[in-house]
Write a protein that binds this ligand. Structure first.
Ligand SMILES: [Zn+2]
Length: 81
C-alpha cells in the first residue's frame, strides 16, 4: 500500500536527505502528536524506507492546515498493520 508522503512538512535539508541505501527518505507520521508550551506542536515522523525518526515542529496554525494529511497518514498505517 502506498502511504501519504509528508516530506513537505520537513525542512528542505531533512526532506531531501537520503536513506543508507541511497533512496530519498519517505517521511510518514509516526503515531504521536504533542502540543507543547508556546503554541508549538511536535509531530513525530519516520522514514518508511529506513525507519529513521525526526520531529517536526509546527505552530498551531501550521498544524491546523496539515492536520488532515497527518491524520490520514496515521490512518493508512493503522489499516496496513
Ligand atoms: Zn530513509
Amino acid at each position: 500500500m502506498r502511504l501519504t508522503k509528508l516530506n513537505h512538512l520537513l525542512d528542505r535539508r531533512t526532506a531531501s536527505g537520503r536513506c543508507p541505501d541511497g533512496k530519498q527518505h519517505y517521511w510518514v507520521a509516526s503515531g504521536e502528536v504533542r502540543a507543547t508550551a508556546g503554541n508549538n506542536i511536535a509531530v513525530y515522523v519516520r522514514c518508511n524506507n529506513c525507519s529513521v525518526r525526526e520531529t517536526v515542529w509546527l505552530t498551531a496554525n501550521e498544524y491546523k492546515m496539515q492536520e488532515r494529511i497527518i491524520n490520514s497518514s496515521l490512518d493508512e498505517q493503522n489499516r496496513s498493520f
